[in-house]
Design a protein around this ligand. Structure first.
Ligand code: CMC
Length: 428
């Protein structure tokens, strides 16, 4: 028997269907609510709103569970690679050898930017933020692919996905080189995805960057851990834009803009700046914690708290361990890591954070790894964007393959009621 919820409004009873997910998550389907009752729902920040049904990523925030296509993040972090995971997210399965080879070949075939795209970089001022360059250049590079403008893209979706995933890494590296006044370094077809990115970031025309396996592995892990996270702000943005049938590149560029904010992907840069501020002030973190608890200070403890996780973010656990491993292997002792661990200890014992269930999130330790492997702080959020690209592509594909109406929320209007135009001479 179909389960329903009963809603009583103005003395009348309505039956609303209950929709259950494959992991037992339950929802009340209100899609006919306005038609039936004249009411809409109001949910500030969408904390209680399921905007879609999706088969890509599962999160249980209370238990700290994250799975991509059913596979626990811990298993993927230990055994897989970013590109395998990208295939898993976008196409729904781990690739077999032939599929992986084909996908890797497509990534290699699409790694170059059209030379004309390169000239667009010249227009940015020297210290332009790489996230601004990234979103602009994703859109600019789409202009070279007229087939993106047709909606008949299913057959070529693997090509489109590989093109975006591959080019975004070249754009990101070129953006960094431009921001530092350095010459662009072209990709090398014999290098794998993450190694190739590091090569484009750090080689110089007369000397190749020394690709240390532990550095490549650490960055690949960071990409993998960021690869998807269901309906967060940027992914919901990508789906919103996709629902208007905008092309893949335009939708992903919108995702980059949403990710940039300090409450979302920009938090990794903000965490490092916070740790540096604490370090420079000579404080052990206590003053910053006190300020973060004071609503009037305008400060938050960056890298703590999450809309969905009310437990330790499973990605933070993996990153914390990777952080220790990488710093040990590279013989780096970073005072910011000591401050971070001290902050975490203090916060997990502090009733303000305990009562609000605020735990370290993915951004808390990732910056320390990126700093150790030489990624400049202004590029941290770009690393998040490269990592999140498979999730955005998978969500874009899901929107295109599922009959979806254009996303169009409603509002409760609270402005002036009917008012009339006043001539300028009569205005106060
Ligand atoms: N420091 C101090 N207080 C906090 C923090 C924090 N980092 N996060 C939440 N709170 C407090 C908040 O003031 C509120 O207190 P009260 O109930 O007394 O008003 C309560 O905890 C609930 O917070 P909220 O803002 O309603 O929670 P939210 O779900 O809207 O926000 C968040 C989630 C991640 C935006 C928020 O926790 C935050 O701003 N954290 C710092 C930024 C950060 O690390 N962002 C990265 C998120 S993970 C990666 C990603 O998805 O991008």
């Amino acid at each position: 028997m179909e389960k329903t919820a009963e809603l009583i409004l103005d003395g009348k009873s309505y039956k609303l269907p209950i929709i259950e997910g494959s992991e037992g998550e339950r929802s009340v389907d209100i899609s006919s609510l306005r038609n039936q009752t004249g009411y809409i729902t109001l949910d500030d920040g969408y904390g209680n709103t399921g905007s879609c049904q999706s088969q890509i990523t599962f999160i249980d925030g209370e238990q700290g569970i994250l799975r991509y296509r059913g596979i626990p993040i811990e298993e993927l972090a230990e055994k897989s690679t970013f590109i395998e995971v990208a295939h898993l997210l976008i196409f729904g399965k781990l690739p077999n050898s032939a599929e992986l080879r084909r996908f890797s070949d497509l990534l290699t075939a699409n790694e170059l930017l059209n030379e004309a795209v390169k000239y667009h970089f010249e227009g940015f001022p020297p210290n332009a933020h790489p996230m601004a360059i990234l979103s602009a250049m994703i859109n600019a590079s789409s202009c070279f692919f007229p087939e993106l403008l047709t909606s008949e893209m299913r057959d070529s979706f693997v090509v489109q996905a590989a093109r975006l995933l591959s080019k975004v890494r070249t754009i990101a590296a070129f953006a960094y080189r431009k921001s530092r006044g350095l010459p662009a370094i072209y990709p090398k077809p014999d290098l794998k995805y993450t190694a190739n990115f590091l090569h484009m970031m750090f080689s110089i025309p007369y000397q190749d960057y020394d690709l240390k396996p532990e550095v490549v592995k650490a960055l690949d892990l960071i990409f993998l851990l960021h690869a998807d996270h269901e309906q967060n702000c940027s992914t919901a943005t990508v789906r919103m834009v996709a629902s208007s049938r905008a092309n893949l590149f335009a939708s992903a560029a919108a995702g980059v803009c949403a990710l940039w904010g300090p409450l979302h992907g920009g938090a990794n840069q903000a965490v490092l700046e916070m740790l540096e501020e604490i370090h420079k002030s000579g404080d052990d973190g206590s003053k910053f914690i006190a300020a973060a608890k004071d609503k009037n200070s305008g400060k938050r403890l960056m890298g703590f708290g999450h809309r969905v996780y009310k437990n330790y973010d499973p990605r933070a656990k993996i990153i914390k361990k990777a952080c220790d491993d990488v710093l040990t292997k590279l013989h780096i002792s970073d005072p910011l890591l000591d401050i971070a661990k001290h902050l975490e200890d203090a916060v997990l014992r502090d009733s303000y954070f305990v009562e609000r269930k605020l735990y370290p999130n993915v951004d808390f330790y990732s910056g320390i790894i990126m700093r150790a492997i030489g990624i400049p702080v202004e590029m941290f959020t770009v690393m998040f964007a490269i990592g999140r690209m498979p999730g955005w592509i998978a969500n874009y594909k899901e929107v295109m393959e599922t009959p979806t109406r254009i996303y169009r929320p409603r509002q409760i209007y609270t402005g002036p009621t009917l008012n009339h135009y006043t001539e300028i001479k009569d205005r106060k």
